[in-house]
Design a protein around this ligand. Sequence first.
Ligand code: BV8
Ligand code: ZN
Length: 254
Amino acid sequence: MSVPVSSKLRSLLVPSTRVVVFTGAGVSAESGVPVFRGRNGIWNEFRVEELATPAAFAADPRKVWEWYDWRRQLVSRIEPNAGHRAVVEFERFFHSCVVITQNVDGLHNRAGTQQVLKLHGDLWEVRCLSCGLSRTDLTSALPSLPPSCDCGGMLRPGVVWFGENLPLLAFERAVDATERCDLFFSIGTSAEVYPAAHLPGIARQHGAYVVEVNVERSAAAEMADEILLGKSGEILPQLVRYLRVEEASSVEEM
Ligand code: BV8
Ligand code: ZN
């Protein structure tokens, strides 16, 4: 089923448009990753302050690691969906397309996106609390919890917890791309976690056309010029079909 798309948005679907794709948990929902808030939200079951904070980890590292190990195992068994793959098509079509995600699942990379600005870290990164070394660890399930570094120190998940700063360079690049873009997609995010949730507003303030793609209106809807209500795994491929039409007609004109 297709959703109505404005002629303004269709007119922006040309290669010279500078695009930012900003995603949240909803883009991975159709792959089987649970979202955090709203219907079927993970925080309805668990208390965020018990799991995703430095204090929670200090109090019970094993409990926090069990949760992350469970999520790593879940993500290792699933595949990117049509929404992730459509983002790869966007990158191919637009001369400038910057992908910014709050997701830690790595599914954009697995779909084929090379450069992703990961604002909340990566489920597959681990960092040593003693020597500070970060590395990728794709093991699932981890053999012992909490896992240890070669130096003997305790490892932590390479994600950004509540109360922690976002990776500065990634956030600066995200703001920079957002300020410069013509078209900003806010996809599958409740836009409730800051500072990432400032991005749709920054895009709007700098004159971008802001499009929300979500199964329901989120906090970002107030900043949006257009809201495409539906699943990202259906709406984004619909937009890719428009890109293909545009591509074919520009070839005919040559
Ligand atoms: C910071 C990573 C400075 C790890 C996550 C009051 C007290 C204390 C703190 C604060 C406060 N007020 C503000 C703060 C700051 C706080 C914050 O924003 N809190 C909010 C919640 C009030 N932020 C921080 O602490 C950040 N750091 O501010 O640093 C600082 C320093 C010191 C002291 C203070 C401040 C750090 C935040 C990072 C949190 N890390 N996760 C992990 O994953 O384990 S948060 C978590 O939320 C997620 O991981 C995700 O990254 C993020 C956003 O969630 P969404 O992706 O939007 O997902 P959500 O489930 O909410 O929504 C899904 C959407 O998809 C829904 O809208 C749904 O309708 C839609 N959907 C569903 N299916 C589909 C769909 N859409 C399309 N298609 C579908 N098929
Ligand atoms: Zn170490």
